[in-house]
Each structure stands twice: as structure tokens, then as C-alpha cells.
Design a binder for this molecule. Structure first.
Ligand code: HEM
Ligand code: CU
Length: 594
């Protein structure tokens, strides 16, 4: 193979290190926030001394840092490295730095507003919750920065195509381009939400906001966002995992097909997050639900292709019989420690995927909607394969980019296993409780988990406790990872920095490009048509349904037009009716009815 010979320049190495290390430092806080959520929910703590004491502040920080900031920074850093190495082309450094600086400035801005208590709006920032202007501006800068990174990859790619006619684009580059095509199209929706709807409203230029329209635009972005998280990890699974396991990728063509399918099916599915929302007709909810099952297809193809690749590796390593190969994989080989981060993620993803299919089913969604089931489900995806792949690859890249030896290797190897055990416990607790009605985004410690409260639910206690144990195990594993990560950084350099990935070969591969898997354009066109067809009616529904606009929600204007009813079993008894409790009740009611 002729690629992977170009070294990254010193300036690019510096940029990549910055993009990997800064969000890792923030992730320390994000993960701490996760532990605190579990403790809040169980009633073990009632205020957080570090993040200013508030449950929703911590939850906002947790969602924004972990799910939005860390993942985006990683995808950009990984993308820069993969594109440079696979195409053997240097990127425009000035633009790469511009992108990085925009993202950093944006992140700092957003984080400061959260810390200052001016953005307790959770990572979905649903209007009429309103944050400080700079919260949104920061997010816009992060997104625009990531777009610029993507744009720096296009000219070298076009040049590469001209120089290599009739050659297949390296699979990893295909994966990275798909990641950012999906991201670019999807983030236009959130850009419109923020710039057209939210910002004028925050600045006071308009009195109210169409909350339903804002939510719809958010989810038009929010669902493909999960593939933006997942796709870089798919790149690792397809182009690195098989070799790490001691084998080859079973089918290169299947890999290409999977990536291209994501362009088409990632976006026209967002209303599956709004199955319980008013204002959108059931037909289109059902149709988008149908496409959600279509987008499960590439993940199923991936499951089979990767299983075949791992079987190939296991048999090469001497595995016999139907299942013998499974026991021959390098689970505990410190020299292949990265394998552990990939395989644990894959196993978690089985459960994450199955529970996702449940969420997407219109009827079953009614059972789990807005319950603790949801965070139970998505920690097995975004906090499973996504974060494990990104943690593994961040450490790998940082070590390569600095020429340092990874410290505490045995511990580093143990982290994903321990973390996964904790994660499965936490997710079980959340999901099982959710099936019994335990809500998400609710400080249950004040009420349902509080024996002194009239709302106490003894039958949820076991689940809340399991969540605490699981979350503590995850937290512990993450602390070990962070120590190893930063220790590796501060140690003396062992060798010349040199970025390289161990690309995998494939068992089945067509020597020449398969025509319809060679160009992005037709897939993008089909995607745009499908987005139009599925979203035009939804947008029509939302903009014509007569809900009017909402003023900002706040203690001075407790938005719900419904007044908190004393009969509602979910609310504190009417006796505690001083102003503060009223506000709190309204706030909780607002979150309950969303
Ligand atoms: C030590 C690790 C972690 C623990 C203990 C943890 C714990 C939790 C808990 C208990 C909740 C539910 C809060 C509630 O609804 O009341 C939650 C929410 C959430 N977590 Fe985590 N988590 C961890 C890691 C992660 C990671 C790595 C990610 C993403 C990369 C993540 C993303 C989220 C998101 C997006 C939410 C939803 C926030 C919201 O509803 O606005 N978490 N986490
Ligand atoms: Cu979704």
C-alpha cells in the first residue's frame, strides 16, 4: 500500500495534541458530573460543592461536555490525522488552526456560561428554556470550526482523485468523509435553530419562540448527531480492529456500503425523538420510524462483517470449532491494549442497538419515552462504543504524537472491562426503573428516592441503588484512565514522534472500485431528496399547528400555561406553597411535560 508515508508536520502535531488534550481535561469534569447525577438521583447528595450546587447545572455540563464537545473535538483531530495519512497529503495548516481556535474559543465560551449558572438548559437547550447568548454563540463557533476542518480535507482529496484515477478511496477516508457529510448537512438544521430562532429571541428582538419548530430542527440535527459520534469509531472498527485482532477485514465492499448507507438514512429519522410530541401527524412519525429501522441496517451489516472478521482472526490464532475462535482473541494482551477498547464497545453496542430499536418503535416508545430508560439506553451507545473507541484512540494518538510510552499499561487494559461492568449495571438500573415509570432529567433524590417525601417510591429504590454502584465503578475506571493519560503525557519522550495507524487488509476486496460505491455525490443527492420528502410535511405540520410562540421560561415567567395542579401525583403536596416551592414545582412540571 502506498499510503501512510507522510509524517505530520510539527505544527499539525501540536494542533492535534491540543484538540485531544483540552477536551480530555474537560471530560474529567463531565464524568464527575455523571457520578454526581447518580448520587443526586439517589438522594445521597443534595448539592454539588464544585459545580455550584445545582442538579440541572451538572446535568447540562455532563451532556454538553461529554456528548457535544469531547466527541466533536475528537472527530476533528482524528479526521485530520486519517485524511493526512490515507491520502498522503498535507492539509492547509492555517485553516486547520483557524478551525481549532474557533472550536476552542467556542468551548470556553459555552463552558463559562454553564459554570456561571447562566445556561441551565441541558444539552438539548429546548426553548422556552433560555440560556445566556454566549452559550449559543459558543456552540455555533464549535460547529463552524468543525465545518472548516472538514473543508480543509476537500481540496487535497480532489487532488488525490485526479492523481489516482480508478483507485479506490482508502476506506478510512471514506468513513471520515461520510462522518462529516452527515455532520455538515445535519448541523445546518441546528444552525438555523440557533441563528434564526433562538438568537433573535434571546436578544429580545422578538417576544416569543416557536418551541415546537425549534425542537423539530434540534432533532433533525440531534439524531444524525449520534452517527457523527459513532462513525469515527466505525472507521476504527473497519480499518484497525481486524488487524489488531490478528486478522483481516472480512469485506472491504461491505464497509463501503455501510458508510454510504449512513449518508442516506442518518437524517430523515429525527422525529423518532418526537413520537410523543403534539403537532406532527402520526403518518410522518411512522414513516420516519420506518427509516429508523433502515438505519439499523448498516449497523447490522457491521455486526456481521466484524463478527466474520473476528472469527477469521480467531481461527488464524488457532481457534477451533463453532465458537472456539472467540476464546482466542487478544482480550488481555497488553501489547494490543487497544483491542480491549474496541471489543468492549462492540459488546455494549449489541445492547445499545437492541434498546434503540425499542425506542424507535412507535408503540413501545410510549412506554419508555422520557423515562430513565432513555439514558440507560444511550449510555450503552454514546458512553459505550463511542467513548471507549475515542478514549482508546486518544491515548494511542497522543502517545504517537509525542513519542511517549504509555504508562500503567495493565491498568489501561483493565479500564474498558471494569468500565463496561459498571456501565451495564448503571444502564440496567436506569432502564429497569424506566420501565416502571422512573423519570429521566429529574432530581429524584428530592422526591421519589426520599423516604421523607410523600412521593417516595420504595419500588424504585433498588434500581436507583444499582445505578449508584454502576456509576461509581464507571467513575473509578475513568479516574484510572485519566491518571494513565496525563501520566503518559508528562513522562519523558521515548522515541521520535511519528503518527501511524495499523491499517488492516481485507479478505474480500474488489481490485477496482465498485462504481456506485466510488462517488459520494449520488448518495448525497438521494439523501437530500429523502430529507426533503420526509421533513417537508413535518415542517408544514409544525409551522401550521396553532401553538403560538412562547416567552422565555424562568422563575419570573414559569412558562407552562397549565398551572401546577395539586391533584397531580407527580408534584409535591400543595401545603408547601410558598413562592420558592411554586417555582420549583413549575420548573419540574415543565421538565415533566416536555
Ligand atoms: C462515569 C461515567 C458516566 C456516568 C456515571 C454517567 C451518568 C449519567 C446519569 C445517571 C445520567 C442521567 C441523568 C438524569 O436524567 O437524571 C446521565 C445523563 C447523560 N449522560 Fe452520562 N454518565 C457517564 C458518562 C457519559 C458519557 C461518556 C457520555 C457521552 C459521551 C454521557 C452522556 C450523557 C448524556 C447526553 C446524558 C443526558 C443528559 C440530559 O438528559 O440532558 N455520559 N449520565
Ligand atoms: Cu435518534
Amino acid at each position: 500500500m502506498n499510503f501512510d508515508t507522510l509524517e505530520l508536520s510539527k505544527s499539525m502535531r501540536r494542533l492535534l495534541l491540543l484538540l485531544l488534550i483540552l477536551p480530555m481535561a474537560l471530560l474529567v469534569m463531565g464524568v464527575y458530573g455523571g457520578l454526581m447525577q447518580a448520587l443526586f438521583r439517589a438522594g445521597i447528595v443534595t448539592s454539588d460543592p464544585f459545580v455550584g450546587g445545582e442538579y440541572y447545572r451538572g446535568l447540562t455540563l455532563h451532556g454538553v461536555i461529554n456528548a457535544l464537545v469531547f466527541t466533536t473535538f475528537f472527530a476533528v483531530a482524528f479526521g485530520h490525522a486519517v485524511i493526512t495519512k490515507t491520502l498522503n497529503k498535507a492539509l492547509n495548516e492555517r485553516w486547520a488552526w483557524t478551525s481549532g481556535i474557533l472550536m476552542i474559543v467556542g468551548t470556553v465560551m459555552t463552558a463559562l456560561t454553564i459554570f456561571a449558572g447562566r445556561a441551565d438548559v441541558l444539552y438539548t437547550f429546548y426553548p422556552p428554556l433560555q440560556a445566556d447568548f454566549f452559550f449559543y454563540l459558543g456552540l455555533v463557533l464549535v460547529v463552524v470550526g468543525s465545518w472548516i476542518a472538514f473543508f480543509t480535507w476537500i481540496p487535497p482529496y480532489l487532488e488525490w482523485r485526479r492523481e489516482n484515477p480508478g483507485t479506490k478511496t482508502p476506506l478510512a477516508a471514506v468513513g471520515i468523509f461520510v462522518t462529516f457529510i452527515v455532520w455538515f448537512i445535519a448541523s445546518i438544521a441546528v444552525a438555523v435553530e440557533i441563528i434564526v430562532l433562538i438568537m433573535p429571541w434571546v436578544l429580545g428582538w422578538v417576544d416569543g419562540i416557536n418551541a415546537m419548530l425549534a425542537r423539530t430542527l434540534f432533532w433533525m440535527f440531534g439524531h444524525p448527531l449520534v452517527y457523527f459520534w459513532l462513525l469515527p469509531v466505525y472507521v476504527m472498527y473497519y480499518t484497525m480492529l481486524p488487524r489488531l485482532a490478528g486478522g483481516k477485514l472480512y469485506s472491504d465492499t461491505a464497509g463501503r456500503l455501510v458508510f454510504f448507507m449512513f449518508i442516506v438514512f442518518s437524517i430523515p429519522v429525527g422525529t423518532h425523538h418526537q413520537l410523543m410530541d403534539p403537532g406532527i401527524s402520526s403518518e410522518w412519525k411512522l414513516i420516519q420510524g420506518f427509516f429508523t429501522f433502515m438505519v439499523a441496517l448498516p449497523s447490522l451489516i457491521t455486526a456481521f462483517t466484524l463478527a466474520a472478521s473476528l472469527e477469521y482472526a480467531g481461527r488464524k490464532r488457532g481457534g477451533k470449532g463453532l465458537f472456539g475462535w472467540m476464546f482466542k482473541l487478544p482480550y488481555f494482551d497488553t501489547s494490543r491494549w487497544l483491542f480491549a477498547y474496541f471489543i468492549t464497545g462492540l459488546i455494549l453496542f449489541i445492547f445499545g442497538g437492541i434498546s434503540g430499536i425499542i425506542n424507535a418503535s412507535y408503540q413501545m416508545n410510549a412506554v419508555v419515552h422520557n423515562t430513565a430508560w432513555l439514558p440507560g439506553h444511550f449510555h450503552m451507545t454514546v458512553a459505550g462504543p463511542v467513548i471507549l473507541g475515542m478514549l482508546g484512540m486518544s491515548l494511542y494518538m497522543v502517545a504517537k504524537l509525542t513519542g511517549k510510552k504509555i504508562r500503567m499499561k495493565k491498568m489501561v487494559l483493565a479500564v474498558p472491562y471494569v468500565y463496561s461492568v459498571g456501565l451495564l449495571m448503571m444502564s440496567w438500573g436506569l432502564m429497569r426503573g424506566g420501565l416502571q415509570g422512573m423519570p429521566r432529567r429529574t432530581n429524584t433524590g428530592l422526591t421519589y428516592s426520599n423516604p421523607d417525601s410523600a412521593l417516595y417510591r420504595a419500588d424504585w429504590q433498588l434500581f436507583t441503588d444499582v445505578v449508584v454502584v454502576g456509576a461509581s465503578i464507571m467513575f473509578l475506571a475513568m479516574v484510572v484512565y485519566f491518571v494513565a493519560f496525563f501520566l503518559t503525557l508528562v513522562y519523558r519522550r521515548a522515541e521520535e514522534p511519528s503518527m501511524s495507524f495499523g491499517w488492516t487488509e481485507s479478505v474480500h476486496e474488489s481490485p477496482t472500485p465498485v462504481r456506485w460505491l466510488h462517488n459520494f455525490r449520488p448518495w448525497v443527492i438521494v439523501a437530500l431528496v429523502l430529507i426533503f420528502v420526509t421533513y417537508a410535511p413535518v415542517m408544514y405540520d409544525v409551522t401550521t399547528s396553532n401553538y403560538g410562540t412562547s416567552p422565555r421560561y424562568g422563575p419570573d415567567s414559569p412558562a407552562p400555561r397549565v398551572s401546577p395542579s395539586p391533584q397531580s401525583e407527580d408534584l409535591p403536596p400543595p401545603s408547601s406553597s410558598d413562592a420558592e416551592a411554586g417555582d420549583e414545582r413549575a420548573e419540574r412540571l415543565d421538565l415533566l411535560i416536555e
